[in-house]
Ligand binder design. Structure first.
Ligand SMILES: Nc1nc2c(c(=O)[nH]1)N[C@H]1C(S)=C(S)[C@@H](COP(=O)(O)OP(=O)(O)OC[C@H]3O[C@@H](n4cnc5c(N)ncnc54)[C@H](O)[C@@H]3O)O[C@H]1N2
Ligand code: MOO
Length: 422
């Protein structure tokens, strides 16, 4: 269970670095999801609960990589053509041929088991076949082939008893295929994390309803629910909660039942109308973090009746960026998934930028091809943490580290595509 004790980074205190926040999550959170078995056709995108060990080698037997002729390398002349009688034929799925290999060739096809004693396969395009006066056929081989050519060795893909997939991996199509390749029919996976998603704020209106004075439509609940689902979570949409202490308290208490995590958006800054923090505090414990990032400084973490709680800021871009930075690893820990660092790519910036030292900044950019095949990042024109269309019109985020204070146009920067955090 989440144990987020001692708030040494209370509001007004120093900003907390993202690395420190993530280290804290790593040291205090464990997987809360039980293990279940699923068939392979239901395993995609699930988190493996146990290492997977291969019970057989792949391929199980030496076999031919091409259509051609299996020969013994030692029978081939290095200077002249070699002519060898064709004494057998073996296709994929046939039992291995067993006979004395000396001075002979076997007609063989891709995937067919190598006959015992033969070590090399001539591709059919590289040799000829001729008929002898007695009606038998022979293969004519030009010099130049290497020993062992076109032979695939048993176990060259997977060795029997080796670990092919590690616990904590979210299964990709090729992972499911590899389990099938070693003869498995299913996998031990974690049950999906059950996540309650809530928006808070008196100004929020449900899409589809008329918009009253001072109201805006709730966007974050939909963005965050979609992000959680992309991570394999089972979302319960708990709707919009008003900035009312009693209502918030009752709803959060209900949300704690039957969920592994509660995610809220809005109401975590300092305002008098921000009641989420108080409600969480009264139901468990709250630890408010001011992260040294931009956008997305205020984040609340805590427990509601023993269940982990993460309160993301209300500004839609800040909600997404804090999700990527903090909620994402938090969900991975709870779901039993290995926490993955997004891969950053080096791209050229076509903008100047000034920033404060000590803060990691995420700049919304779109990518386009530049000279010499390199990629150029163009900054979205508006910076506001409330401009959600900036995320729609961007391809990803340029990540400017804490120690950087200025970026000159043309400099190389680290770029995180949205596909890395989905
Ligand atoms: N005095 C201070 N004011 C603010 C600070 C601060 O440090 N001192 N921090 C600012 C920052 S940074 C952010 S981010 C926001 C975070 O505030 P809250 O999490 O309390 O969010 P709200 O005040 O509820 O809303 C902020 C903004 O976002 C809109 N919003 C909220 N929820 C949604 C939603 N579900 N869908 C779309 N838009 C939403 C809301 O209407 C506000 O405009 O606080 C700053 N203030
Ligand atoms: O979290 Mo706030 O968005 O930095 O404006």
């Amino acid at each position: 269970m989440a144990q987020l004790s001692d708030d040494c980074f209370a509001f007004g205190g120093p900003l907390m670095s993202l690395d420190a926040a993530r280290d804290m999550l790593a040291s205090r959170l464990v997987a809360v999801t039980e293990v279940e078995r699923v068939a392979l056709d239901a395993a995609l995108d699930r988190v493996l609960a146990e290492d997977v060990v291969a019970g057989v080698s792949v391929p199980p037997h030496d076999n031919s990589a091409v259509d051609g002729y299996a020969v013994r390398f030692e029978d081939l002349s290095a200077e002249r053509e070699t002519v060898l009688p064709i004494v057998a034929r073996v296709a994929a799925g046939d039992r291995p041929v067993e006979r004395d290999p000396a001075g002979t060739a076997v007609r063989i096809f891709t995937g067919a088991p190598m006959p015992a004693g033969y070590d090399t396969v001539m591709m059919q395009e590289d040799c000829g076949e001729r008929e002898a006066p007695d009606g038998t056929r022979a293969v004519v081989i030009r010099p130049g082939i290497k020993r062992g050519a076109n032979r695939r060795e048993a176990g060259e893909d997977v060795r029997e008893d080796s670990v092919i997939l590690r616990a904590g991996r979210r299964l990709r199509p090729q992972d499911v295929g590899l389990m099938a390749a070693v003869g498995l029919t299913g996998a031990a996976v974690r049950r999906p994390l059950r996540v309650a998603v809530v928006s808070t704020g008196n100004e929020l209106e449900e899409p589809g309803r008329p918009l009253g004075p001072g109201a805006i439509y709730d966007a974050n609940r939909f963005t965050l629910s979609a992000l959680v689902r992309r991570m394999g979570g089972l979302v319960t949409d708990l709707g919009i909660l008003r900035d009312d202490p009693a209502e918030l308290r009752a709803a959060l208490e209900r949300a704690a039942e039957g969920h592994d995590l509660i995610v809220t958006t809005g109401g975590v800054s300092t305002g008098e109308e921000d009641h989420v923090k108080g409600a969480v505090e009264s139901l468990g414990g709250l630890h408010f973090w001011r992260l040294a990032i931009k956008p997305g400084r205020p984040v609340a973490l805590g427990q509601v009746q023993g269940k982990p709680f993460v309160g993301l800021p209300g500004n839609p871009v800040a909600a997404m960026v804090t999700f990527f930075c903090l909620a994402r690893p938090l969900i991975q820990h709870l779901a039993g998934e290995t926490v993955s660092e997004p891969t950053l790519f080096r791209v050229r910036a076509d903008f100047d930028y000034r920033k404060k030292e000590g803060r990691r900044e995420f700049v919304r950019v779109s990518l386009s091809p530049g000279a010499d095949g390199e990629l150029v990042a163009t900054k979205f024109a508006r910076d506001g943490a409330g401009v959600l269309s900036s995320m729609v019109d961007s391809d990803g985020l340029v990540v400017l580290p804490e120690d950087v204070t200025r970026l000159e146009r043309g400099g190389m920067v680290s770029y995180m595509p949205f596909s890395e955090v989905r």
